[in-house]
Structures are given as C-alpha cells and as structure tokens.
Design a protein around this ligand. Structure first.
Ligand SMILES: Cc1cc2nc3c(=O)[nH]c(=O)nc-3n(C[C@H](O)[C@H](O)[C@H](O)COP(=O)(O)O)c2cc1C
Ligand SMILES: [Mn+2]
Length: 454
C-alpha cells in the first residue's frame, strides 16, 4: 500500500499509464485547468491530470486523483466492490493516530511574516467564482475532548495570509468553531494538501460530533496516521502531506466570501463568513499541489458517496434489518432497496436515512427486485407502486444543505420520502411480465435469425 500521495501517484502512473496524463504545456490556473477537465469529462475521460507547469507558481498541480472508485480503491489495496465492507470495518476497527515530531512535510517551513499564499497555484474555475480558491484542503481541528475532526472546506483567497472559509452550519467543524467562538477564542486549525487518498475518505466521514476521523483513516490504512503537533496547540497536521498551512479561524469576524460554483451545479451566493489567518506554511521538497475542480465534477461526486453510502447503510440497517442496498445517485438524494417483511418498514428506512445524513433531501425506497443503480427502473417503481396521497412523507422546515438554491432560507429545506415499495407486499402485487425462465434459457436467438445482421 502506498504510504503517501506521491507514492500512490508513482504506483498508479506505472501500473495504469493510460489513466495518468502529464501535461507539459503551461496552463493558467484561471479557468484553463477547469476547461481541460470539463472537456475531458465530456469525452468521458477521467485520467489523473498532472500539470507540470502552472502559470505564476513553482508547484506542479495534480487533479482528478479521486475521479473513479478504481483509483481510490487502488490506494488502499481493495477492489471497488469492497468499499462498503472496508469502510464499515474501518469504522468498527479504528486505529488511533501517532503523534510524531518530524516528517517529510517539515522539509521547509515559512513563518507568519513571510507567508504569501499567492505562491500556491490557487484556482479560479468558473465565471461566477469570486476569487482563486483552494478546494482540496483537509481541515483538522480539535474538539474540546481532544479528538481530531477532519473535513474539506473551500477556502477563498483574500490577501497575503488570509483566507475566507465556508463551514456548513450543523457539520462538525462549524460546531467546533462555534463553541470556541462562544469563549472568544480563535480556533487553531491545519489545512493540508496532497494527502494519501485514505485521508479524503476520512474527511468525508459522516458520524457523530466528537468522532475522531483520524482513527477511521488509520482503520482504512491498517496502520496509525502520523500527525505533528505544530506551533499552534490543537492544530495537528499530517506528517506526510505535500503542503500544510497552520492557522486560526478568528472569533467574531465575518467578511464576504463567495460566490463559488459548487458540486450542486450552482454558484452559491456571497455571504458574510469566517476568516482564516495563516501563521505558518510547511512544505515537502518539490511539493505537489493537489486540486479538486470546483463545481459538479466526477471527482467530488464519486468520492463523497463512498463514506455517505457506508454511513447510510449502517444506520438504515439498524432500523430495517432486511435492508438490501443504498445508492446516492445525485446531490441530496438516496435510493434504498429493502426486502419488506412488514408494513411501515419503508417509513422506518426513510426516518433512519434522514437521521443519518443532514444533507439528504429526497429518499426513495423500493423493493429488492429493483436495480437501484438503474434510474429508469427506480422511476418505474415510483410510477407503478406509489400513490402521492398515501406514500409520500413530507418534512418541512428541516435542516438541509446550505447549497440548495431552491431553499426558502439558507440551509432550511423541505424533505421528502417516497415509499415506492409494492403494497401491501411484493408477493401480493401484480406479477411482473416475465417469459418463463425455462423458455428463456432454451431459446437461442441465432437459431431463429442472424443477430449480427440486425
Ligand atoms: C472537494 C470538497 C469540498 C468541500 N467543501 C466544503 C465546504 O466548503 N464547506 C463544507 O461545509 N463542507 C464541504 N465539503 C463537505 C465536507 O467536507 C463533509 O460534509 C464532511 O463530512 C464534513 O465533516 P464534519 O462534519 O466532520 O466537519 C466538501 C467536500 C468535498 C469533497
Ligand atoms: Mn466529523
């Protein structure tokens, strides 16, 4: 198993040269990197992109590291079908982090007076984006019990050593910050770029406040992650990252942040949001800057569903033991299949799903005969097994995503569950059209017609 991002990249390039693309021609971090990725996606190409020369910066940039499940799976030595099992096992068998005093990221350190964020190739992706952004930074912050929280948070370049930060209300980093702000204290954080991909799966973990995501990353890797306790007490940072920024989120300070085009496919409006002061920058020798293209791109969508589906599976299984599968096909939406034994179990699945993930807005529950990755079949089940007056649960005024542009107030949404299971049961429902199996097996098309001429 690779021990850090650069080892993973070297392994992947060697083993999958067609999925690793080195770009030697200079690219502009303003729009051009996003344009290349957007055009490649339209052509259904998702290679890791390694930009060797980025205008205005000495650092090469890597993007699309998480663009397929295959890549992320390779980084932790599993097949893509094993994610569910592996993630649940990592949640059960967490490996606590090891605090070390040194590591590769300490090759070079730049102190507060000399930090100039413009040295980093921060990106502007879309027309509506207010400024260059850092998107692939993993923020670590300690809660009052000393546990370490990890999350991705977009960071807007402001000036010199200052960044605007977007923290969703109700997520853990926002809660840690609010508690520290209540005490009038700045919150020490670290922002790391260029981690082993397991860090991304940990940062996207959705669990209870106080859960230590470093233990889950250790569980995924099968060994403790090494973190350094830096100058700012409370801000641990990964010893093997490419780049680390240490800083504080200031209490009672709000400045304009945004707009920024988000994974929802829309630009979120500007708002008054907290500010990070960067107090030190640590770098490996020849650091690689990692980028995740802002907006609705494969990388963001694919990666986020892995921990989300594992968490939904675990929580819904607790309520409905005959849960079959869960699938997150689009932002804020999940499709759940169950083997319904008793009336009311679809409703139990809906309630459990909403309790597991605050961002969820729509839950569709179907029977076990439906392929939940086939949206046409799911809509067929909704059309033929549900009646709106009987089978829809509506929860108005609930906490949801602040990135939902249809919400009446930011982050306050109406949630909907659809029970698209057959009533009263699949066994008693009209039978699906099916040619007898024995005949299907017996009939050989080639005996009746020339298949290749059609
Ligand atoms: C590339 C990327 C960028 C993200 N940016 C943000 C962000 O700006 N603000 C935010 O609240 N969540 C963001 N997220 C989602 C959070 O990282 C995610 O909800 C995480 O589980 C929150 O963890 P926490 O509740 O432990 O703080 C982003 C996710 C990804 C993959
Ligand atoms: Mn957390």
């Amino acid at each position: 198993m690779p021990k850090d991002l650069r080892e993973f990249l070297a392994d992947y390039e060697r083993e999958n040269p067609r999925e690793f693309c080195r770009i030697k021609k200079e690219v502009d971090p303003k729009y051009e990197v996003a344009a290349i990725l957007t055009k490649l996606e339209a052509a259904r190409k998702l290679p890791i992109l390694f930009y060797e020369k980025v205008k205005g910066s000495d650092f090469p940039v890597v993007a699309n590291v998480y663009s397929t499940k295959k890549k992320i799976a390779a980084s932790i030595g599993i097949d893509p079908e094993e994610f569910r099992e592996k993630y649940l096992a990592a949640m059960e068998n967490q490996v606590p982090p090891r605090i070390v005093t040194d590591g590769p990221v300490m090759d070079e350190t730049i102190g507060a007076d000399d930090v100039d964020l413009t040295a980093l190739p921060m990106m502007t992706y879309h027309e509506a984006d207010a400024a260059p952004y850092i998107t692939a930074g993993i923020v670590l912050a300690q809660d009052e019990s000393g546990g370490c929280n990890a999350s991705f948070n977009r960071l807007m370049y402001k000036d010199g050593n200052r960044l605007g930060i977007f923290m969703t209300v109700g997520k853990h980093l926002h809660e840690i910050y609010s508690r520290s702000e209540d005490q009038g204290r700045p919150l020490p954080i670290s922002i790391s770029l260029g981690n082993h991909p397991a860090w991304a799966l940990g940062a996207l973990y959705i669990g209870a406040y106080g859960d230590n995501e470093l233990g889950i990353i250790g569980g995924l890797l099968g060994s403790p992650v090494e973190v350094i306790d830096g100058n700012l007490k409370g801000a641990l940072f990964p010893a093997h990252a490419e780049i680390v920024l240490e800083g504080t989120i200031e209490p009672h300070l709000r400045e304009e942040e945004g707009p920024f085009c988000e994974f929802s496919g829309y630009a979120t409006g500007k708002g008054l949001r907290p500010v990070v002061t960067v107090k030190a920058m640590h770098l490996r020798k020849n650091p690689i800057y990692q980028d995740i293209c802002g907006g609705q791109h494969r990388e963001h969508l694919v990666m986020a569903t892995i921990p989300m589906e594992a968490n939904l599976y675990k929580t819904i299984k607790g309520a409905v033991p005959t849960l079959v599968d869960v699938h997150v096909p689009a932002p804020f939406s999940v499709i759940v299949s169950i083997k319904k034994r008793f009336a009311g179990q679809a409703q139990s699945a809906i309630i459990a799903a909403f309790s597991a993930e605050m961002y969820l807005k729509h839950v569709i529950v179907v029977d076990e005969d439906i392929d939940i990755t086939n949206l046409q079949e799911v809509l067929w089940a909704v059309a033929t097994r549900a009646q709106a007056d009987r089978d829809i649960v509506v929860i108005p005024g609930a906490r949801g995503s602040s990135l939902d542009p249809s919400a009446a107030a930011e982050g306050v949404v109406t949630k909907m569950g659809i029970d698209a299971t057959a009533k009263p049961s699949l066994a008693s429902f009209p039978r699906r059209s099916r040619v007898p199996r024995e005949v299907m097996e017996r009939i050989n098309l080639e005996a009746y017609l020339n298949l290749s001429s059609l």
